[in-house]
Write a protein that binds this ligand. Sequence first.
Ligand code: KIV
Ligand code: NA
Length: 265
Amino acid sequence: NRRVTVRDIALAKERGERWPMLTAYDAMTASVFDEAGIPVLLVGDSAGNCHLGYDTTVPVTLDQMVMLTAAVVRGTSRAMVVADLPFGSYQEGPVQALRSSMRLIKESGATAVKLEGGERSHEQIKLLVDSGIPVMAHIGLTPQSVNAMGYRVQGRGEEAAQQLLRDAKAVQDAGAFAVVLELVPRELAAEVTNTLHIPTVGIGAGPECDAQVLVWTDMMGLTPGRVPKFVKQYADVRRVMGDAAKAYAEEVVGGTFPLEEHSVH
Ligand code: KIV
Ligand code: NA
């Protein structure tokens, strides 16, 4: 009953086995996914939007990621826990990336870290991997750059496609054990997947990727309002919780909860 390792992930690609990843931001939710057999959990900086109430991932701090990641590790025993390096915690260079990653590994117990950027993050990835920290890369749409590039499909057109392929090869050459492809045309994601020997983890990148990831609040219907086209909704958690809250409120107001059976003497 050991945790999933980067070796297991490499073997899955060799064997042609697909695998699912979900985000998690707290111990209890993480324990549900762990018991359900999700092999890799991502403490995404999507916690900014999905857990902390910000509009983007940009304001999320390293201290916040350390706290959330530690909770997810405590809530799980089997899943590999990957922690996002938040915006501002690795852009200064490889040494800053190493210092930030060490906190997520040593204080939180994460197995691996994830950072955004292909060619531009090559040096950071290299130092982390040389230091013994497994790195998941993230290319295509990179939400920490929302102020520069917005939320648009990446890799459309020949020039952008070539850049995405260069980014994918750069993170593999730097030693990343997997790479997230976010909002990339299906055909291009398939080409990247066939070109690389490390697994691709798609989100809005089509079915040919080696693995898939979704934000749990999106795919379980907790996120309010519209979710991206690439999300499939597997549950209606927002309605389940809202109905429970309303039923409880009605019973308290109406005097039908608590009853004798909920009382002590
Ligand atoms: O923060 C996050 O949830 C992510 C995934 C969408 C890949 O980076
Ligand atoms: Na992220």
